[in-house]
Design a binder for this molecule. Structure first.
Ligand SMILES: O=C(O)c1ccccc1NCC(=O)[C@H](O)[C@H](O)COP(=O)(O)O
Length: 259
C-alpha cells in the first residue's frame, strides 16, 4: 500500500511538473514568505501539544468528513489550542490538495505541515511555495540516500522535517539523519492495524532534545493521556477531530488531559 501511495503521489507531481517546471516551482519556493519556526511552536512543554489534521478520507476508513471549508476548520483548530495544522495534500485516497494547504496557510498563524507521500525534490519545493512550514518524510517509503537529500532540502528551505517511523530500525535511520522532530506512527501502513503502544516502546530510543510526536490512533482524551505518559511532546490527530461535531471543543478536551 505504501509503495502504491508513494507511486501515485509521484506520478501526480510529475503531471503537475508538465505545466509548472521545476525551475518555476523552485523560484516560487524561494520567493515565498519565510516559514514559521515549527521547532519553537512544537517545543516540549509542561502541557502536551497537538498537531490537528485536515483529513477528508483515508485508505483505511474511506470517507471521513465532507470538509468544504478547510480554512474554517483550520481556524477552529487554532482557536481550540492546536500548535500546528497538518494538511493531507494527497488527492487520490485522502481527497486533499495543495490548494487546501495554500488556503490554510492564509487562514492561521501557526505552522502548517504538508502531509503527503514525498519522494521528489519537486514536491518539497511545491510545499514551500504553497506556504508549508513542515514537511513529512516517511522513512519506510525512502532509501537512506533519498531521505538524506530530501531532509537536507527541507532544512535548506527553512522548513522543518517531521520524520515518521514505525520500528526501531526506522527510528535509528531517522536519528542518523540528525532529525529534530521524529514521529512514531501507530498505523501499520501495510495492514492499517493500529498499535497505540508502539510509541511507548520506541520513545526511549528517541534522543534527548528531539521533539517526540505520537501519530494516529487517538479517539479519546484517555488516548492522548496514554501517549503523554509514554513520553509524547506532541500528538498528531486526524480522524477524531474531523468526525466529532465540534473540533474546537474536542481539542480543548484533549488538551486538558495533562498528567
Ligand atoms: O489514515 C490512513 O488510513 C492511512 C493509510 C495509509 C497511510 C497513511 C494513512 N494516514 C496518514 C496518517 O498518518 C494519519 O492521517 C495521521 O497520523 C492521523 O491519524 P488518525 O488520528 O488515526 O486519523
Amino acid at each position: 500500500m505504501l509503495e502504491q501511495l508513494l507511486a501515485g503521489a509521484i506520478e501526480d507531481a510529475e503531471t503537475r511538473q508538465q505545466s509548472v517546471s521545476l525551475a518555476s516551482v523552485e523560484a516560487a519556493a524561494l520567493s515565498a514568505p519565510a516559514p514559521l519556526d515549527a521547532l519553537a511552536f512544537l517545543a516540549p512543554s509542561e502541557r502536551v501539544k497537538v498537531i490537528a489534521e485536515i483529513k477528508r478520507s483515508s485508505p483505511s476508513k474511506g470517507a471521513l468528513a465532507d470538509i468544504v471549508d478547510p480554512q474554517a476548520l483550520a481556524r477552529e483548530y487554532e482557536a481550540g489550542g492546536a500548535s500546528a495544522v497538518s494538511v493531507l495534500t494527497e488527492g487520490r485516497r485522502f481527497g486533499g490538495s495543495l490548494d487546501d494547504l495554500r488556503a490554510v496557510r492564509q487562514a492561521i498563524d501557526i505552522p502548517v505541515l504538508r502531509k503527503d507521500f514525498i519522494g521528489l525534490e519537486y514536491q518539497v519545493f511545491e510545499a514551500r511555495a504553497a506556504g508549508a512550514d513542515l514537511v513529512l518524510l516517511i522513512v519506510a517509503a525512502l532509501d537512506q540516500k533519498t531521505l538524506t537529500r530530501l531532509h537536507a532540502l527541507i532544512t535548506e528551505l527553512g522548513m522543518t522535517a517531521l520524520v515518521e517511523t514505525h520500528s526501531a530500525d526506522e527510528l535509528s535511520r531517522a536519528v542518523d539523519l540528525g532529525s529534530r522532530v521524529i514521529g512514531v506512527n501507530a498505523r501499520n501502513l501495510t495492514t492499517f492495524e493500529l498499535d497505540p503502544d508502539l510509541f511507548g516502546r520506541l520513545a526511549g530510543s528517541i534522543p534527548e532534545g528531539t521533539i517526540r510526536i505520537a501519530e494516529s490512533a487517538v479517539k479519546t482524551a484517555a488516548d492522548v493521556a496514554h501517549y503523554r505518559r509514554s513520553g509524547a511532546d506532541v500528538v498528531l490527530i486526524g480522524e477524531a477531530l474531523v468526525t466529532h461535531g465540534s473540533p474546537r471543543e474536542t481539542l480543548t478536551e484533549f488538551l486538558s488531559v495533562n498528567p
